[in-house]
Design a protein. Structure first.
Length: 241
């Protein structure tokens, strides 16, 4: 089966901990010219994603509304989601909330030790348990992963499980869009959804340049502080500039 489509459905704007505005991210993806489907998935927020979706007619690729939900058991990409989902819930509660909106739940970077280290042993020894918890697919390649070897481990662990696999850039800067992506059958958002459902996907990509991690240090510190203080910094509104 030929998998000709490319999708990158994990990226962030300055609405959460990214550096680019939503328009900058979309314009960069358009100039890149290699992606058929994208999704803006800011942490626990949907405003930039909805802005992108509302302006999808201006871009040469399909755009899916979505978010990256902070669950008690790791981060979950909610695709085809248009309302914010409460953070801090269990994995099962989070996937149920995504499904209630008609969305698809994808476990992001499952072996990234900086996210939810208490889950690592469980996901390694009982990966099939994710199916019962409502996970629809697993991100086995994340171009921005901090932990060396976590993508390698995810690919090998989830090769043993009947869960579709995806790859994404997790771009926090415009220049990293498309560094990780999912190959799928077809070229539209509907095709991607069917491919995920049927398991017609593969994960591909390359890691971010080292300089990107250094550039993001200040933004990451600001974002973590804003979350801790429950403020809305560094930004709460998508802009066109």
């Amino acid at each position: 089966m030929e998998l000709i489509g490319r999708a990158d459905v994990h990226m962030h704007t300055n609405i959460s901990d990214g550096t680019g505005t939503v328009q900058q991210m979309l314009d960069t993806a358009a100039r890149l010219g290699t992606l058929d489907v994208i999704a803006i998935t800011d942490h626990d927020r949907v405003s930039a994603s909805l802005w992108a979706y509302q302006h999808r007619h201006l871009y040469p690729f399909d755009i899916i509304p979505g978010t990256e939900v902070t669950s008690a058991d790791g981060h979950v990409l909610g695709l085809w989601v248009t309302e914010p989902i409460k953070k801090g819930m269990s994995l099962a509660e989070t996937t149920a909330a995504i499904h209630a909106q008609g969305g698809i739940a994808i476990l992001a970077h499952p072996f990234e030790v900086t996210i939810a280290p208490h889950t690592l042993r469980r996901y390694f020894s009982q990966p099939e348990g994710l199916i019962q918890l409502g996970i629809d697919a697993v991100e086995v390649f994340n171009a921005g992963a901090l932990t060396r070897g976590c993508n390698w481990l995810a690919q090998r662990v989830f090769d043993r499980v009947a869960l579709p696999q995806v790859g994404n850039s997790d771009a926090h800067t415009p220049d990293c869009i498309g560094t990780g992506y999912t190959r799928f059958r077809g070229s539209t958002a509907d095709d991607l959804r069917e491919s995920i459902t049927q398991g017609w996907t593969t994960a591909e990509g390359k890691r971010w340049p080292v300089i990107t991690y250094l550039k993001l240090m200040r933004t990451t510190i600001q974002w973590n502080r804003s979350v801790y203080l429950e403020t809305k910094a560094p930004s709460t509104r998508p802009t066109l500039t």
